[in-house]
Design a protein around this ligand. Structure first.
Ligand code: SAH
Length: 364
């Protein structure tokens, strides 16, 4: 596992195609323009077309010369995602199944909150982390997404919202895949959506979640970005965590907690812990007490997630009264805790579920 996780190169089939223009950070685009005999300030104009006007062809970039437009289209792909399925839930949640250039499919979810519209993006086709409760990991990892393919998910959802004059106000990297296993592309994605000349999504409106790839947590802490950071914890002790999440065999709970402390010290930010409640497995008041001890004194918040039913997995839901008892036990110890509100329950909105269904149909 350790060895596997240290390699983050993309699969070779991805190298044969042109780079997505959405993969370029502003400075990278400036550098490319300079190297190609163009003025760097054109980068802002290009960003404006891509992220403010949200055009879908290079041809439409009408304040650029024809020769620059040709250069751009010769070098770059204007990544478009083909919408295969668009499901709208009764609570307004919209789930997209997008097809990529090589035929793989990914999921993106738009969630409606009182405070705005939030998009949940996917970072990999599949996942190799192997969490025992998760649908995303069932078929293993097919490939990493290029930064532009992650950016394009936000742009495409924004284009759908343009019809009603609405805006994507926040982004969560909690879709399919382990973002820290595709670290460089994830980081580029964060920077690209954050530029005020681009989509202008504020750092505090972006959340990234990891299953706990410890060396990357240190690296991420050193980036010192003011974004929201979440750890999928799911267990109060290392034995139970290893049973639920094989990643814990490579990066033990103790080491994870050390990395978390480093992150909090370095960034001054509060951290979130996701704790899925799996009936009869990790959801007793004793587990809550043990969790309170583990998190004592940490600047953190716990998000309790009632398990999403996955047909291939045999976890069952914790009854409501037990969820409240768990929450109460944490509160008693002064831990900040919330129970996650569920979105799109009628449309398989939990990560990996729609794609898993589609994949099953493909292999039938
Ligand atoms: N790979 C990253 C990003 C995924 S975020 C991570 O692990 O953090 C999605 C969250 O939903 C994670 O906390 C994940 O552990 C959790 N999750 C996955 N399958 C679930 C299920 N069936 N029920 C409840 N939570 C689940």
């Amino acid at each position: 596992m350790l060895e596997q996780l240290n390699t983050t190169e993309t699969k070779s089939e991805n190298d044969s195609k042109k780079t997505s223009i959405y993969s370029l950070q502003l400075q990278q685009l400036k550098d490319w323009l300079s190297e190609n005999g163009e003025k760097p300030f054109r980068a802002e104009q290009i960003y404006d077309w891509l992220y403010k006007k949200r055009i879908s062809t290079f041809e439409e970039m009408s304040n650029l010369s024809k020769s620059l437009r040709d250069k751009l289209s010769n070098h770059f792909e204007l990544t478009t995602l083909k919408t295969v399925i668009k499901q709208t839930s009764s609570d307004g949640t919209i789930k997209f199944l997008f097809e990529l250039f090589d035929g793989y499919s990914i999921e993106t979810v738009l969630m409606r909150h009182d405070y705005g519209n939030s998009v949940c993006v996917t970072t990999q086709v599949g996942c190799r982390i192997g969490c025992t409760f998760c649908a995303s990991t069932l078929g293993g990892l097919k490939r990493h997404l290029e930064a532009g393919e992650i950016v394009a998910q936000v742009v495409t959802v924004q284009q759908a919202l343009d019809e009603t004059d609405e805006r994507v106000s926040s982004v969560v990297i909690m879709g399919i895949g382990e973002p820290f296993d595709n670290y460089d592309n994830m980081l580029s994605f964060l920077k690209i959506i954050n530029y005020d000349t681009g989509l202008n999504i504020g750092a505090r409106h972006i959340t990234v979640s990891t299953s706990g790839i410890v060396p990357k947590i240190y690296q991420f802490a050193d980036e010192n970005m003011q974004i929201n950071f979440a750890i999928s914890l799911h267990a109060p002790n290392t034995e139970l965590r290893s049973r639920l999440m094989p990643i814990n065999k490579a990066y033990k709970l103790d080491d994870l907690m050390k990395a978390v402390r480093y992150y909090i010290d370095k960034t001054g930010r509060r951290i979130s812990f996701e704790y899925g409640l799996f009936g009869g497995v990790n959801d007793s008041v004793e587990h809550a007490e043990e969790l309170a001890v583990l998190l004592k004194g940490l600047k953190c918040h716990v998000n309790l997630i009632p398990v999403n039913y996955v047909p291939e997995r045999d976890y069952v839901r914790t009854p409501k009264d037990k969820i409240f008892a768990f929450e109460k036990a944490l509160k008693k110890h002064g831990i900040n805790v919330t129970i996650r509100r569920e979105h799109g329950h009628d449309i398989d909105a939990a990560c990996g579920q729609l794609r898993a269904k589609e994949r099953k149909e493909e292999t039938r």
